[in-house]
Design a protein around this ligand. Structure first.
Ligand code: NAI
Length: 476
């Protein structure tokens, strides 16, 4: 079996954690039980690009139990949990000497070149069998297929030196090589892909852009905008994992400190709440008047970063936007202030601008924690090189919240794979009854007793006793 992970001897530790996680992932375990025997994903070859964590291991093995063949890479160079990756490769019945699980190409601390090699490796099985489904987080796998086909149509890939974007350079290297070796590779894969299910806000933006430009090559389900994803994982997940990341990275006392959260969307709301919960005085920055007003009504000061950057002990970006914290902002931060990003891509903080500042020096404290010192002696602590810190410095969201997200992923994969005709090329969301079902699957283990409508009450509200309970316009 082909695979590339850090160390297979970590598999036993990984398997123990996966077993513990299964108990906390009732939605995924219900999927296994419901579909045991019927294998709705038999014939699906899923190329997965999503943080290779313990929780993702439970997702991968659920997809396998539903009949799919799966290959996996992480969607971030720092987010892989090596013990989880090892356990998935070894599998439930294998040993480190005779792995019998799923091909995983992911380890913590990949270079950008390695990252894009891994992204390519998940697309093709031995004997030339290509993926026919993508499960994506942030849209990198989807982008690779689209860009690959575009360049094949043009018959030429631009030289890597043509861009100063380090990430794009690596993509161009991969595509340039594949054009030489297999000139119709991405065209062939694009034709076979039945659809993609996309996990996160940033990946979903990229899909809607392609859909608007009529350049989307296959259909997509926007998993992020299931209510049981974005209103839970993005909010409650980040409420848990932001402080986890800051604590593991720095162990600084958060109480009494001034913290700035850039962006008050679902992620920003969870982040602000978690820092306030630790006793920080939280300031929010926003560009959207509605979210700014929400932050103000939730009791946060709302200000411009320019005006408060020098007061902050902690600054975290959560916008999905670029150039939010500039090199000038970093230069204006307090001595030993902490800077990190929890948004999907590393362009929220101008790390290149920081590196180019005359006289600045970088010293690694430990992996994913760097102190950047200016020539006057002032320093700033930067987490995960500006990449998402909850996965780089900690272990991402806990199992229970990821069970909600990943149950949506499984349902979305089944929908596209088994009901292709219902999902023409475009970006779709799961029907509301499935969203409600995901929530329902998670109630029992929290001891929630749901009130049932009477027929008369249901008639009065104009809805069915079994739901859906809200209109598409309801915002939760
Ligand atoms: P969202 O769209 O709900 O929120 C982003 C907010 O940032 C919006 O309210 C927007 O108005 C604001 N914003 C945009 N540009 C800004 C700027 N220049 N300054 C200040 N505010 C600005 O998106 P969501 O769901 O909160 O996701 C944010 C990012 O986090 C995305 O990149 C998403 O993919 C990522 N994400 C990361 C997770 C993690 O575990 N690290 C989990 C879920 C999402």
């Amino acid at each position: 079996m082909e695979f590339n992970v850090a160390d297979l001897s970590l598999a036993e530790y990984g398997r123990t954690e996966i077993t513990l996680a299964e108990h906390e992932m009732p939605g995924l375990m219900a999927m296994r039980e419901r579909y045991s025997g019927s294998a709705p994903l038999a014939g699906a070859r899923i190329a997965g690009s999503l943080h290779m964590t313990v929780q993702t291991a439970v997702l991968i093995e659920t997809l396998v139990d539903l009949g799919a063949e799966v290959r996996w890479a992480s969607c971030n160079i720092f987010s892989t949990q090596d013990h989880a990756a090892a356990a998935v490769v070894v599998g439930r019945d294998g040993t480190p000497d005779a792995p019998a699980g799923v091909p995983v190409f992911a380890w913590k601390g990949e270079s950008l070149a390695e990252y894009w090699d891994c992204a390519e490796k998940i697309m093709t099985w031995p004997e030339g069998r290509d993926a026919n489904m993508i499960l994506d987080d942030g849209g990198d796998a989807t982008m690779l297929v689209h860009l690959g086909k575009e360049y094949e149509d043009q018959g030429v890939v631009p030289p890597p030196e043509s861009t100063d974007n380090a990430e794009l350079r690596e993509v161009l290297k991969v595509l340039g090589r594949s054009l030489q070796e297999d000139p119709k590779k991405w065209t062939r894969i694009a034709e076979k892909i039945q659809g993609v299910t996309e996990e996160t806000t940033t990946g979903v933006h990229r899909l809607y852009e392609r859909s608007r430009d009529n350049t989307l090559l296959f259909t997509a389900i926007n998993v992020n905008d299931s209510v049981t994803k974005s209103k839970f994982d993005n909010k409650y997940g980040c409420r848990h994992s932001l402080v986890d990341g800051i604590n593991r990275a720095t162990d600084v006392l958060i109480g009494g400190k001034v913290a700035v959260i850039c962006g008050y969307g679902d992620v920003g709301k969870g982040c602000a709440e978690s820092l306030r919960g630790q006793g920080a005085r939280v300031i929010v920055t926003e560009i959207d008047p509605i979210c700014a007003l929400q932050a103000a009504m939730d009791g946060y000061q709302v200000a411009r970063l320019d005006d408060v950057v020098g007061d902050a002990d902690i600054i975290v970006t959560a916008t999905g936007c670029k150039d939010v914290v500039t090199a000038d902002h970093i230069a204006a931060m307090k001595h030993q202030a902490i800077l990190g990003n929890i948004g999907h891509f590393d362009n929220e903080i101008d790390m290149a601008g920081l590196a180019e500042t005359p006289g600045v020096e970088r010293k690694q404290v430990k992996p994913q924690v760097d102190v950047w010192t200016y020539s006057d002696g002032k320093s700033v602590i930067v987490l995960s090189e500006g990449r998402l810190l909850n996965l780089g410095n900690a272990t991402g969201h806990p199992s229970f919240v990821m069970s909600n997200s990943f149950t949506n992923q499984v349902l979305a994969q089944i929908e596209i794979f088994t009901k292709a005709d219902s999902y023409p090329i475009g970006v779709h969301v799961l029907p509301k009854h499935l969203d409600e079902e995901v929530a329902r699957l998670h109630l029992e283990s929290l001891g929630v007793d749901l009130t049932e409508l009477t027929k008369d009450q249901a008639h009065y509200l104009g809805i069915d006793v079994a739901g859906p309970y809200k209109s598409e316009l309801y915002r939760y």
